[in-house]
Ligand binder design. Structure first.
Ligand SMILES: [Zn+2]
Ligand SMILES: [Zn+2]
Length: 789
């Protein structure tokens, strides 16, 4: 229906590039199709922005300027020059501007100038630069960019793909070495004696895409960088750190936490941009019901398929991002089916893009999109780095991609250069997406999303202190570098015999490599191997903490967009066996949780209510899993599981409301459990807006009376040993976070609660009891007394 209504307007051939057919009109048309009333909740049009260029700073080496000039860059944008000059002056700096704002130039300019200047002064390698990227792919992109400049600078990658000869060459002759935190941790730092000359002449350390370093991974990387700084100092170097980040809340604070240094931020983006229109779209409730009779919204992927068909019918080149490969294929197929009713030639112009293509297959798809042979493509989020598509007009997102940074990255795929771009975010059926489509300011205003991690987590810090001690004996004076918990952690490592204290400091006395104590990509616990049942091939690994809920027998496990059915989970052998499959359902595990307070680390009083942060013991157990038909989410069965209880010492934020506050608010004793439970679920769903985490990284407990507090208490805890900083961020932003929670509950149009507001997919208590109106009253009473942070 929808397609036909739009398809009648066949004289429109290419909508976006022409100013006379404004993007806004197109969106209005999509939204005004009969039956779609109310789905477009907001359309934000960000006007085109002209570039602000400036002069090349006077300190730049002329051949570096000439090399950039030859690639078409005749003058830097203001933010590039500003960051470059700060770095050149020896100030640590983070450049936090939008996608495609040329952040590389900001660090390449001072780095290459330093290398060229040192070479002319010494005639040989006189300075070095270390570039650190979160992925190999990014480092390789960076390498080809540097090689294109054609400067006489010795650039080399040092990663898992490098041969022994390449690594030796990088170490002995490389001036600009590109690596990743894993290689620093396992190879470069432990082998520092051989890198002494490189480290001793290090001028710059570049930390690219530093918003990737979050959660437990972020804490690990922060200590890898402290170990690097310590070794540089030992070899007489004080490198300047230049960081690049997506736009997030308070990038200077994050950069400071990550490096342990004073870092200033450059955030005013002076790059040009075409007009960007971003529509926020909320699927309607469907006629069938979910758990406890709750209404269920139409799947974001089904809605996305409709919109993809409409846009293709209008000849708008569109890329749709969908969570799984199966989902992407379904979206492409559904869109093609709808288009067949409009014009028999159209279905062939929509395709799904999956990971794992050969380079030539990838290029064929890129070419088909460029030439216009393909107009619509559905892909998984893992497309991100692998494909080079230009000339797209529109981006559809089936569900919020997790972070604001990721959303703008995806929208940035459309309308590169001066062309206008359209993006539509189609909300998934959960509290965060619901909040976003009703609160555009969360996407367009000042970012509230911060890159969060906790360098003081002792579970993370311990192995790095051991690694540091093996690299060079640790002295008392160096402990400050590793933060306030270093001394205590060191003492317990010494007591356990891993380190030994001598006159010259703490020594590693074990025969093992200390760096093997920490797997910096793992969230804790020993990893479970995912094995293909037929072949015995290792497909990947999953943290043991997550295996219970994602890799139990019967689970549909999505790995890089591919679906697998888990046949068995053997915790003792640390393996899960599974087989490739395309089931028409997904699974979600449900768990029950208990919590006890170990130590309060901070609190705030909100009237008679109280907000606290501290250490807790969590015990939780996955008790069952649900099968849900996809894409509708209809529950088709629940099966019990027999998995052991897991215990975890971690951090939590909690709030308490005493009886007097509850009775004053008019809450009856019988309302309390359901009200607290509903508030807990919804607040877990909203925390990822403030802390860059996934709702599966955190958990919660609520009770009408908790033994440790004596009154109604709602806990939200980190899911990793020692905490990842998410609960702490909740404590810091409690007022805004809980206000957002209240707003979602207040604005959701369901009667008694649904997955968009208070129902949680992983609730071990069958989402029962839940009291939607009580939760609102409870949160109102709590926030009434809230003081500003
Ligand atoms: Zn609802
Ligand atoms: Zn629950």
């Amino acid at each position: 229906m929808a397609v036909r209504a739009l398809g009648q307007n066949q004289e429109v051939t290419s909508v976006l590039p022409h100013r006379d057919h404004r993007v806004a009109e197109l969106v209005e048309r999509l939204a005004s199709v009969p039956g779609r009333e109310g789905r477009l909740t907001h359309l934000e049009v960000l006007p085109a922005r002209a570039a602000v260029t400036t002069q090349w700073p006077s300190w730049c080496e002329p051949d570096v300027v000439a090399a950039f000039g030859a690639t078409g860059i005749t003058a830097p944008w203001r933010h590039q020059a500003e960051a470059a000059s700060a770095a050149h002056a020896g100030h640590h700096v983070v450049l936090a501007t939008g996608t495609a704002s040329g952040k590389s130039l900001g660090y390449q300019l001072p780095a290459l100038s330093a290398l060229r200047a040192a070479r002319s002064a010494h005639g040989q390698r006189g300075a070095t630069v270390l570039y650190v990227a979160p992925t190999k792919a990014l480092a390789h992109d960076q390498l080809s960019g540097l090689l294109t400049l054609g400067l006489d600078v010795r650039v080399a990658t040092h990663d898992g793909d490098s041969t022994r000869e390449q690594r030796d060459w990088a170490r002995d002759h490389g001036e600009y070495v590109l690596t990743n935190p894993d290689m620093l941790h396992r190879s470069l730092l432990p082998g520092h004696a051989r890198w002494a000359r490189f480290l001793g002449s290090l001028h710059y350390v570049v930390i690219d895409e530093c918003h990737h370093y979050r959660g437990v991974f972020g804490a690990h990387v922060s200590h890898v960088l402290r170990r690097l700084r310590r070794l540089c100092a030992a070899y007489g170097a004080q490198p300047t750190f230049v960081l690049a980040s997506a736009t997030v809340a308070d990038p200077a604070t994050t950069a400071r936490r990550l490096t342990g240094l004073d870092v200033s931020a450059v955030t005013a983006d002076a790059s040009p941009r075409g007009e960007v229109s971003l529509g926020l779209w909320e699927p309607p409730f469907t006629s069938f019901t979910g758990e406890n009779g709750a209404p269920v919204r139409r799947a974001a992927s089904s809605e996305t398929a409709d919109l993809l068909a409409d846009l293709v019918a209008e000849d708008v080149r569109t890329l749709a991002f969908v969570r799984s490969r199966r989902g992407a294929e379904q979206v492409a197929m559904t869109a093609a089916g709808l288009l067949a009713d409009v014009d028999g030639s159209l279905p062939g112009r929509v395709a799904a893009y999956r990971g794992g293509y050969l380079p030539e297959e990838r290029r064929a798809i890129e070419e088909a999109l460029r030439s216009g042979e393909l107009i619509g493509l559905a892909a998984t989020n893992s497309l991100e780095l692998g494909i080079d598509i230009s000339g797209l007009d529109a981006i559809l997102m089936a569900g919020f991609p997790g972070t604001r940074a990721a959303l703008w990255q995806q929208v940035g795929r459309a309308g590169r250069g001066a062309g206008d771009a359209l993006g539509i975010l189609v909300a998934g059926d959960d509290p965060l997406d619901t909040y976003l489509v009703h609160h555009p300011e969360a996407l367009f205003g000042q970012p509230v999303e911060a890159t969060v991690f906790d360098p003081d987590n002792r579970f993370v810090l311990g192995p790095h202190l051991c690694a540091a001690a093996q690299e060079l004996p640790l002295t008392e004076a160096e402990l400050g570098l590793f933060g306030p918990t270093a001394r205590e952690t060191l003492d317990s490592l010494t007591a356990s015999g891993l380190l030994r204290q001598r006159a010259r400091g703490w020594f590693w006395t074990d025969r093992r490599r200390a760096c093997d104590l920490a797997d910096i990509r793992s969230a804790g616990g020993s990893p479970i191997q995912l094995i293909e049942a037929d072949t015995g091939r290792v497909v990947g690994t999953v943290d043991s903490g997550r295996a219970h809920s994602t890799a139990h027998a019967g689970a549909v496990y999505v790995h890089r967009g591919e679906s697998w059915l888990v046949e068995a989970l053997d915790l003792e052998a640390a393996v899960a066996t599974m087989a490739r499959t395309e089931p028409d359902y997904s699974t979600t595990a449900r768990e029950v949780t208990d919590i006890t307070i170990v130590e309060e680390r901070g609190h705030r009083s909100w009237g008679v209510c109280r907000l606290a942060f501290g250490e807790v013991d969590v015990s939780h157990q996955v008790v069952s899993f649900l099968r849900r038909r996809q894409p509708s989410s209809e529950i088709i069965g629940e099966e019990p599981l027999d998995l052991p209880v897991r215990s975890l010492r971690t951090t939590a934020v909690w709030w308490t409301a005493p009886a007097q506050a509850l009775s004053r608010a008019g809450l009856e004793a019988t309302d309390l459990a359901g009200s607290a439970h509903a508030a807990e679920h919804c607040s877990i769903g909203l925390l990822p807006l403030f802390a860059t985490c996934d709702r599966w990284d955190i958990g919660g407990v609520s009770t009408a009376a908790h033994p440790d507090t004596g009154c109604l208490t709602v806990f939200v805890h980190d899911g990793h040993p020692g905490g990842a900083g998410f609960a702490e961020r909740g404590f810091q932003t409690a007022r805004a976070w809980l206000t957002a929670t209240r707003d979602v509950i207040a604005s959701c149009t369901c009667e008694e609660g649904c997955p968009s507001c208070i129902q949680s997919p992983k609730c071990g208590n069958q989402n029962n009891p839940l009291d939607k109106s009580g939760a609102r009253v409870l949160l109102d009473a709590l926030l009434d007394t809230a003081s500003d942070e």
